[in-house]
Design a binder for this molecule. Structure first.
Ligand code: UD1
Ligand code: UDP
Length: 370
């Protein structure tokens, strides 16, 4: 079975890497990797770490790229690649514009689509934006769906996806996390001193398009309030390479002694940073899955989440996008041991590290059933 995986951003690469590795190991599959490079540097960091050498690289990233630019460049680029490679199935991941455009392109070529991380929903068109519609549209275009959880499967059933096309696999992010989490990594420089200071560490990531502007200002101001009030707390924020995010981070958080704005970390040290953290403040999707597995409380700075499983398990709290609420939630976790202990439980609703294995098994069934 000729399987082409298509991905382009950091999170897709992290979550597709274990699957690519598993596909390559199994002689049943011929594996072709096509990257769109919607992200350049942040994608390459992951490709290097997992030692993946793409067969095709569309190299679409541009500074200040719009959603239309990414969509049209990916569709146009994939035309040539799909004509040449003629895969039996194209696998895409999650909810990025790369995923949606690649699924659409495969459909234009009448090639079946497999959706990894299928069925996550907020049912709010603009939150997260454009990811909610990207994943809904990718779902419509897909012939086989790999859902991390039962709830994700139920979302798809409600959209009349045939039950036999949905497989509950767990999330491949746990496969990736387990691969790197137990490796050794020594920090040096600024981060090395922060981590060995013994102070409480708050890790932060923030990049979502719908948070750009007023909400991001609120989030950063809340963090600045905390940094000024708590001199015994260190805040570490590996800042996304999006220039709009970097400008806002510099504006509100630059120049504070105990706030460390650093470059994006490769995946291995980033997981070590999570492990060393007291708590995590983030608008990321993947980190809502990783931090609970590591027993770290997560405050999600978004209006909604498509990952309610960890909220229900108690380790993730939806903190919203208002300065006061975020400030209060961080303060409560810093000051109130009971609140902290209630959230700091290692729970893992997202899988057991065997998601890739299950996806391979499902792909074999799919290929025989055709
Ligand atoms: C995209 C995804 C989002 C995902 C996020 C992960 C869409 C619509 N959005 O965010 O779902 O959560 O990636 O990080 O698909 N840049 C670089 N180098 C890089 C990466 C980015 O310079 O390696 C800069 C470029 O100037 C680029 C900008 O960041 O134009 C924004 O990148 P983009 O992929 O468009 O970001 P988002 O859409 O916000
Ligand atoms: N991550 C990383 N280095 C960093 C920040 C995040 O490797 O400096 C990882 C993180 O562990 C998670 C993924 O990147 O697996 C999340 O990516 P991002 O927040 O960019 O996207 P999202 O998950 O929101 O789509």
């Amino acid at each position: 079975m000729k399987v082409m995986t298509v991905f382009g951003t950091r999170p897709e690469a992290i979550k597709m890497a274990p699957l690519v590795k598993a596909l390559k190991k199994d002689p049943y599959f011929e594996t072709i990797v096509c990257v769109t490079a919607q992200h350049r540097e942040m994608l390459d960091q992951v490709l290097d770490l997992f030692n993946i050498k793409p067969d095709y690289d569309l190299n679409v990233m541009k500074k200040g790229q719009t959603l239309s630019m990414i969509t049209s460049d990916v569709i146009e680029g994939l035309d040539k690649v799909l004509n040449e490679a003629k895969p039996d199935i194209v696998l895409v991941h999650g909810d990025t514009t790369t995923s949606f455009a690649a699924a659409l392109s495969a459909f234009y070529h009448q090639i079946p689509v497999g959706h990894v991380e299928a069925g996550l929903r907020t049912f709010d068109k603009y939150s997260p934006y454009p990811e909610e519609m990207n994943r809904q549209m990718t779902g419509r275009l897909s012939d086989i769906h790999f859902s991390p959880t039962i709830r994700n499967k139920e979302n798809l059933l409600r959209e009349n996806v045939a039950e036999e096309k949905i497989y509950i696999t767990g999330n491949t992010v746990i496969d990736a996390l387990l691969e790197v989490a137990n490796t050794k990594y020594d920090f040096d420089g600024e981060l090395g001193s922060v981590l060995s200071s013994g102070k409480k560490l708050i890790s932060v990531t923030c990049h979502r398009r719908e948070n750009l502007g007023e909400y991001m200002a609120n989030i950063f101001q809340a963090l600045a309030d905390i940094a000024k009030e708590y001199k015994d707390v260190e805040i570490v924020y590996p800042v996304h390479l999006n220039p709009l995010v970097r400008d806002a981070a510099d504006k509100y958080l630059g120049g504070l002694d105990n706030v460390h704005l650093i470059e994006p970390l490769t995946y291995q040290p980033f997981t070590k940073l999570l492990q060393a953290s007291y708590l995590v403040v983030t608008d990321s999707g993947g980190i809502q899955e990783e931090a609970p597995a590591l027993g770290k409380p997560v405050l999600v700075v978004r209006k909604e989440t498509e990952r309610p499983e960890a909220v229900e398990a108690g380790t993730v709290k939806l903190s919203g996008v208002e300065r006061k609420n975020i400030y209060n939630d961080i303060k409560d976790l810093l000051d109130n041991k009971q609140s902290y202990d209630k959230m700091a439980n290692a729970v893992n609703p997202y899988g057991d590290g065997k998601a890739s294995e299950r996806i391979l098994k499902a792909l074999k069934e799919f290929s025989i059933g055709k």
